[in-house]
Ligand binder design. Structure first.
Ligand SMILES: *[C@@H]1O[C@H](CO)[C@@H](O)[C@H](O)[C@H]1NC(C)=O
Ligand SMILES: *[C@@H]1O[C@H](CO)[C@@H](O)[C@H](O)[C@H]1NC(C)=O
Ligand SMILES: *[C@@H]1O[C@H](CO)[C@@H](O)[C@H](O)[C@H]1NC(C)=O
Ligand SMILES: *[C@@H]1O[C@H](CO)[C@@H](O)[C@H](O)[C@H]1NC(C)=O
Ligand SMILES: *[C@@H]1O[C@H](CO)[C@@H](O)[C@H](O)[C@H]1NC(C)=O
Ligand SMILES: *[C@@H]1O[C@H](CO)[C@@H](O)[C@H](O)[C@H]1NC(C)=O
Ligand SMILES: *[C@@H]1O[C@H](CO)[C@@H](O)[C@H](O)[C@H]1NC(C)=O
Length: 467
């Protein structure tokens, strides 16, 4: 009889150990965390101003507004004519058609997916070639050859296309440098070479066209830094340089980008400190510096960019405290400071960011409690405070209704809300699977726990029956 009691105790202890082991297993999955934020970044900014590139009424440049979905239109979808169909006779300056023909031969035209007209030898009628858009007097305004299997190097003949306003050659295999003649397009408004194999320096000549609003150069192999000459661009609003090989100290020229609304420098190799007057780029709405090698503080002047909606500076070595001024940007929808070395407390002013939908402060060295003011962030969809040293009492609040992702552990919370809150599926503590020192049941483990418990009951019953 006595030995049976020992066996029973032994079994009980073993099962309790299993239960606790499973609770610790509520590990934070980085892949999940990283997938989610990126998709929000592009989805949730419906108020991003659209390219007001309307001076040519018939020309709609749909490629210039939303970062990543831009050039996904297929060549066939964008083949609409620019001009009223009454303007049928568009005899073009043969030098212009010859320059286009040079593009065709240099970029392996025989293998283009669509090349209607481009193989013509008539150098007066290129307005009828596939996706060459002209006005009623035969000036070539727009050339769209995205997703069309262009391979090779650009010829240095852009100076022969004096009326060109829009170039879209995104999603091809164009390699080598951008020729200097690109600076000889006085009417250029939008240039798109996203997702190609271009290398060399960013073209300094792009400072010449006074109406240039949009530069898409993401996913190429550009090296060096942003040319100082770009500071003199007068109309520039959107600059996409993500996923290149840009290096050197953080380009201070950015503080002179006073008209720029969207600036994407993520996934390059910029290093050093952010300029203390970063906030001089005060028209910014979206700033993405993710994945560079930046050091030092996030400058407090950031608070001067009052229209900022998305700030992503994750994955560097930024340190110091999160500047209070940041919480004056009341329209922020996305704030991602994750994977840095920020320390100190989270200011109660966090509660001012009532529009924030994605908040990621994970993987830093933040301390102190989660401010109760977090309950004012009613639009939160995604919340990461995981991998910090936050402590104190976890807030006893209900989760924002739209909250879909929440990662809070590991941290060092000393106490959780009472069981009536922790076990309420609508509470923040429940939805974030908070792991307090006082162990409480968490969402992710609920089913595992339940099955462990029923197994335990079965074992006890079986043991009792055999006794
Ligand atoms: C277009 O212009 C050319 C030369 O100016 C002329 O020969 C031709 O007849 C015109 N075509 C039409 C359809 O008007
Ligand atoms: C374009 O480049 C990619 C990757 O560099 C390669 O896989 C693909 O075959 C190339 N396509 C053409 C048509 O050259
Ligand atoms: C720039 O845009 C303005 C306003 O649309 C227009 O009047 C001007 O002619 C354009 N300049 C050039 C060089 O195209
Ligand atoms: C652009 O580059 C990033 C990073 O290398 C990569 O993850 C992404 O798939 C690329 N996008 C395209 C459309 O190739
Ligand atoms: C980026 O630059 C470094 C050094 O200049 C070079 O070694 C590397 O091959 C480059 N990478 C790409 C993708 O161009
Ligand atoms: C932040 O990093 C910089 C550069 O590494 C260093 O000089 C500075 O002392 C650090 N400051 C803090 C508060 O850790
Ligand atoms: C913010 O801008 C104001 C004036 O526009 C300036 O006086 C102030 O120094 C700026 N703040 C920071 C922190 O740069």
């Amino acid at each position: 009889m006595k030995s049976r009691v020992f066996i029973l105790l032994f079994v009980l202890l073993g099962l309790i150990a299993i239960v606790f082991a499973q609770e610790d297993d509520s590990s934070d999955d980085d892949t999940i965390n990283d997938n989610m934020p990126d998709s929000i970044d592009t989805e949730i900014l419906p108020t991003t101003p659209t390219d007001d590139d309307t001076s040519t009424p018939s020309e709609s440049d749909s490629t210039a507004t939303i970062p990543s979905s831009t050039s996904s239109e297929t060549p066939l979808a964008s083949s609409q004519p620019d001009v009223p169909s009454t303007a049928v006779n568009k005899t073009v300056n043969p030098l212009v058609c010859t320059a286009l023909n040079k593009l065709y031969t240099s970029l392996n035209g025989n293998n283009w997916i669509v090349r209607t007209g481009w193989d013509s030898t008539d150098m007066n009628t290129c307005c009828s070639w596939y996706n060459v858009h002209c006005n009623s007097i035969g000036q070539v305004l727009k050339v769209v050859l995205a997703h069309n299997n262009l391979v090779g190097q650009l010829p240095d003949s852009f100076d022969q296309l004096p009326d060109l306003q829009t170039i879209d050659m995104s999603y091809n295999n164009i390699s080598g440098p951008i020729p200097t003649s690109i600076g000889s397009l006085p009417r250029l408004k939008s240039i798109n070479f996203d997702v190609n194999l271009l290398s060399g320096s960013l073209p300094s000549g792009l400072s010449a066209p006074v109406n240039l609003t949009t530069i898409h150069f993401k996913n190429n192999s550009f090296s060096g830094t942003i040319p100082d000459s770009w500071a003199s661009m007068r109309s520039i609003e959107n600059i996409y340089l993500s996923n290149n090989n840009l290096t050197g100290p953080f380009p201070n020229v950015i503080t002179q980008f006073v008209t720029v609304k969207s600036l994407y420098l993520d996934n390059n190799a910029f290093n050093g400190f952010l300029p203390s007057n970063l906030g001089d780029a005060s028209a910014l709405i979206q700033l993405n510096l993710k994945d560079n090698h930046l050091l030092g503080n996030l400058p407090s002047s950031i608070g001067n960019i009052t229209g900022l909606q998305s700030l992503i500076v994750s994955h560097q070595m930024l340190n110091g405290t999160i500047p209070d001024e940041l919480f004056n940007i009341l329209g922020l929808q996305v704030l991602d400071l994750s994977n840095n070395r920020f320390t100190g407390p989270i200011s109660p002013k966090l509660g001012q960011l009532v529009n924030v939908q994605k908040l990621n402060l994970g993987h830093n060295g933040l301390t102190g409690p989660i401010p109760n003011e977090i309950d004012q962030l009613t639009k939160l969809q995604s919340l990461n405070l995981n991998y910090n040293a936050l402590n104190g009492q976890f807030p006893s609040i209900l989760a924002p209704v739209a909250l879909g992702y929440c990662y809070m552990t590991p941290n060092q919370f000393q106490s959780c809300p009472g069981p009536e809150i922790v076990n309420n599926p609508e509470s923040l503590a429940f939805q974030c699977s908070v792991d307090c020192i006082v162990r409480t049941k968490t969402k992710g483990d609920a089913s595992k726990l339940a099955s462990s418990m029923s197994a335990l009951v079965l074992v006890i019953m079986a043991t009792l029956i055999t006794m």
